[in-house]
Every structure is written in C-alpha cells, then in structure tokens.
Design a protein around this ligand. Structure first.
Ligand code: KIV
Length: 273
C-alpha cells in the first residue's frame, strides 16, 4: 500500500516545479526505463520521472553510461511516457549526442521530443555546453542541467568520488549553476557534492535543485529506481537509502516457481483449460 497521497492530481509541468520551489515544497524524482515500472512510479505519486542514462548500467549492465546510444534512450523514454500519466518525464541526452556543437545538440533533443514524447531533456555540464543548452531552449525544449559528479566524464575524473570539495571546483560549480539558470534551465541536478555547497547553490538559484548524494538542502531528491528498490544489490554508496529488498523477493518468487514446476505442483486443475 502506498503511504503517499497526491494532493494535486494535475499533470506536473516545469511551471509547477517552479511553484514548488517558490513555496518550499520538496520535489520527488526517480528514474524509470520501462512501461511497467513507469506506471507504478507514476501511480505512486512521483513528480518527475527521469529516463536516466544510468539505463546503461542498470538495464544494459555496462560499467559506465558512455556506451548507451540516442536510439536506445529514445526507446526507453518512449516506454516510460507510455506508462506515465501525471509525472513530468525528463530524458537524459546520452554521451556524444550534444557535445559536438549546438546544432547537433538541437537535432538530438528534437529526436528525443518527437520520437519519445518526453517533456524535457537533461544534459551534463556547465559553461562548456552552454551554447548547446541555449540552442535547445530556444527551440522550446525544457532543459534540466546536471553538475557535480557528471558520470559521462568518468574518464576525465578517474573516480566516482565526491566532487567540488576544493574551493576552485566549488566556485566553478556555483558559477556554472548561475549560468544554467540564466540560460533558462528549469532545474539542475547536483550529484555527489558536499551538502553545504549544495545548500549554498540551492539558496542562490531561483530554479529548483534536485540532489543525489548532495544532502537535504536541495529542493528535491532523485535516486535510481533499481538502487532504492534493492534490485541492484552491488551498489551501496552512503547516500543511498534502500526502501525495499526486491532482489530477495524476486529470487524467492522465482525459486518457488521453479520448485512448483519441478514437483508438478504448477499448473494445478484450476490453472489449466
Ligand atoms: O542517469 C541518471 O540516472 C542520472 C541521475 C543519477 C541523476 O543522471
């Protein structure tokens, strides 16, 4: 049974998220990559569903987010928009689909919007990609920014450790966040940065910040669905709270099925024609 009751059943829009920030209402965001899960996440009352390029890890089993393609992201996002009715659906732009130049970025974003029905896109980075962000927004496509630990740059970072502990990186992150707001982004994800820095950024911006490993001072929070449901057991960072142990539940159910098949208990009289 869900423990959350939706008070405002209207479709969530970027405008609604701005109102939530203004009123100090926290924003809940989770990832999803398929129709069935998107339906459940949506029906449970989620405000934003992110079709993250973390699909590369949790759906395809890759070590990083780099291999996932634009075609794959569009397929995942299409399945999610088929399942989500109320939540705002944001689709990650995958590595290589926007870094080249603003026109290439725009073409990729347009494909996502036309072919998947997503309502916004998310890009990783600040000043380096600001022209692409401006170009996409000028075409009427809402953009969510993403700063701090940006997994598409893992080969530059060399580690998934906390970012912006040093003053210089923290200052660049703050100036990037202000730039994203000025360019017209409707929200910005802050991933794995010190909580006091995330709080500072959240206070400095009028657009919402959505944190993952960035502490309670953000305007909202996001987690990867498979991680918080305990399906993806091999990943246990400090910021992750597990709300279920579905790996055990699923394996127990599958084990019972195998046992029933082997013992000829399944199917019984009422389960056949
Ligand atoms: O790809 C993803 O799931 C993300 C979230 C972790 C923010 O970018």
């Amino acid at each position: 049974m869900s423990t959350y009751t939706v008070e405002d059943p209207r479709k969530v829009t970027t405008r609604r998220l701005a109102e939530m920030k203004a009123k100090g209402e926290k924003i809940a965001m989770l990832t999803a990559y398929d129709y069935s899960m998107a339906r459940l996440v949506d029906e449970a009352g989620m405000e934003v569903i992110l079709v993250g390029d973390s699909a590369s890890n949790v759906m395809a089993g890759n070590a990083t987010t780099l291999p996932i393609t634009l075609d794959q992201m569009i397929d995942y996002a299409r399945s999610v928009t088929n399942g989500a009715k109320r939540a705002l659906v944001v689709c990650d732009m995958p590595f290589g689909s926007y870094q080249g130049n603003p026109l290439e970025a725009l073409a990729s974003a347009i494909r996502i919007m036309k072919e998947s029905n997503a309502e916004a896109v998310k890009l990783e980075g600040g000043a380096e990609i600001i022209d692409s962000i401006r170009r996409i927004i000028s075409a009427g496509i809402p953009v969510m920014g993403h700063l701090g630990l940006t997994p598409q740059s893992i080969n530059k970072f060399g580690t998934y450790a906390v970012r912006a502990r040093e003053e210089a990186e923290a200052e660049k992150l703050i100036s990037d966040a202000l730039l994203l707001e000025e360019a017209g982004c409707f929200a910005v994800v802050l991933e794995k940065i010190p909580a006091d820095l995330a709080t500072r950024v959240s206070k400095a911006l009028s657009i919402p910040t959505i944190g993952i490993g960035a502490g309670g001072g953000c305007d909202g929070q996001v987690l990867v669905l498979q991680d918080m449901l305990g399906i993806n057991q091999g990943f246990s960072p400090r910021f992750l709270r597990r709300y279920a142990d579905l790996a055990t539940t699923i394996k127990d159910a599958i084990g019972s099925y195998i046992t029933d098949v082997k013992s000829s208990d399944f199917p019984n009289e009422s389960e056949q024609y």
